[in-house]
Design a protein around this ligand. Structure first.
Ligand code: LLP
Length: 422
């Protein structure tokens, strides 16, 4: 059976392997539920970005929110990446993992003064600013630090990325970015503030985008702005085209990163902007297909209307199905001969929204280990402790080497910060 996604997550005979590690063996040793990532799959996903950008000034800033485990950040730092962060917490993680501050871009609509100060002191490369109010505050904070903050304005190109409404960000009705019509005047204001240096322009139109057209439309809108802004005497050095490239969860056919970037660069060159440095902020496309969530089947509960396959992972471990009705592939890590039945794969949490997959054809028995595929992005980073469930352990596989990169949370740690009253 061939699986969608990464060749590093594949069957050998009846058994699912992540690189050279057999999934069922990993659960026997490290328990369930368990996040497992392939280091080679991450590097293989990064390669086409670097390949397409070779020979021109560029920086690939991995979007930390997709998967922020220190070992994942370390992998990308060692591969030459910068980072896109959205909080002081993510800044601290990147630095702890060996990332360089001067390769960090700091995004997000609601940076606090304290976060701005931390980022200034660390020496981040650029703040992606999303409002006039933020510009004013950042200028003040920079002056108080005796520095100038390098800024890029996140502009909202008002294009429809054709993705789920919760993860679409480039439309007028979204909270993100500075409206296209206001961009030139906002740039003039930024250039006039004493604590700021304008260095770039930025846009990000959404996530899990599977088509090149929205990217090309957004790029054209951004380049129109760059020309208008420079006519006003403000120089733009870099173009940050955000992240958002989709992956294959089931039958999606997103463009390959090098194909997408090739088209974008051709348009940039054709419009006479080829001298500018280009930045990207990919998250999902670097880590999504590199990870699986392994989970043990607890009980089978066949019913009149529905058959439920109750597993020990839940919405607290992997929120995407509950939150976006996202489809994630689910397979048995040891294929059984015989016929399949249709199951809803559900967790133990007390909510009807606690499902991982609906109407899935599986040949499964209690005690089997299932793999939720393409769970490397927005899996563990969105996990919670709902129902006082400790978060899963995480492994990074590199060939036949297994690294435990996060221990399973102990129950006592879950309420260690709480206090009884009197
Ligand atoms: N840059 C900015 C400013 C972003 O807001 C995001 C993602 C990225 C880069 C990375 O986008 P990516 O390449 O990963 O698509 N939790 C949702 C996805 C939320 C994405 C938020 N922003 C999900 O599970 O589908």
């Amino acid at each position: 059976m061939t699986l969608p996604g990464s060749p590093f997550v594949a069957y050998r005979g009846p058994d699912l392997f992540i690189e050279d590690a057999r999934a069922a063996d990993l659960v026997a040793r490290y328990g369930s539920p368990l996040y497992v990532y392939s280091k080679q799959a991450m590097l293989a996903a990064l390669a086409p970005y670097h390949q397409a950008l070779q020979g021109r000034p560029h920086l690939v800033c991995y979007a930390v929110k997709a998967n922020s485990n220190l070992a994942v950040l370390q992998t990308f730092a060692q591969a030459g990446c910068g980072f896109d962060i959205v909080s002081g917490g993510e800044l601290a993680r990147v630095l702890a993992a060996g990332g360089q501050a001067n390769k960090i871009v700091f995004s997000g609509v609601g940076k606090t003064r304290a976060e701005m100060r931390l980022a200034m002191e660390a020496g981040v490369r650029c703040f992606n600013v999303e409002s006039t109010a933020e510009l004013d505050v950042l200028s003040e904070v920079a002056q108080a630090c005796g520095q100038r903050a390098r800024v890029s304005l996140r502009v909202n190109p008002d294009v429809d990325a054709g993705t789920h409404p919760y993860i679409s960000t480039g439309l007028k009705g979204n909270k993100f970015g500075i409206a296209h019509e206001l961009a030139v005047s906002t740039y003039k204001r930024a250039a006039s503030l004493p604590g700021l240096d304008v260095v770039g322009i930025d846009c990000h139109i959404g996530s899990q985008i599977t088509d090149v057209l929205p990217y090309l439309d957004a790029l054209d809108r951004v380049l129109d702005l760059v020309e208008a802004i420079e006519r006003e005497g403000v120089t733009i050095h870099h173009l940050d085209l955000g992240g958002g490239l989709g992956i294959t969860y089931t039958d999606e056919t997103p463009p390959r990163a090098n194909e997408l970037i090739g088209l974008l660069l051709a348009r940039i060159d054709a419009r006479g902007h080829g001298h500018r440095e280009v930045l990207f902020e990919p998250g999902r496309s670097l880590v999504g297909n590199a990870g699986v969530l392994l989970t043990e089947v607890q009980f089978l509960k066949p019913g009149e209307q529905k058959n439920f396959c109750v597993v020990d992972a839940a919405m607290n471990d992997l929120m995407r199905p509950a939150l976006y009705e996202a489809y994630m592939g689910i397979v048995n890590t040891t294929l059984r001969p015989g016929s399949e039945t249709v199951w809803d794969v559900v967790g133990p949490v007390c909510e009807s929204g606690d499902w991982l997959g609906r109407d899935r054809q599986l040949n499964v028995q209690a005690g089997d280990i299932l793999a939720v595929l393409s769970a490397g992005a927005y899996g563990m980073t969105m996990a919670s402790n709902y129902n006082t469930r400790g978060r899963a352990a995480e492994l990074m596989i590199d060939g036949s080497t297994v690294h435990l990169i996060r221990e399973r949370e102990s129950i006592s740690s879950l309420f260690a910060l709480e206090k009884l009253i009197g």
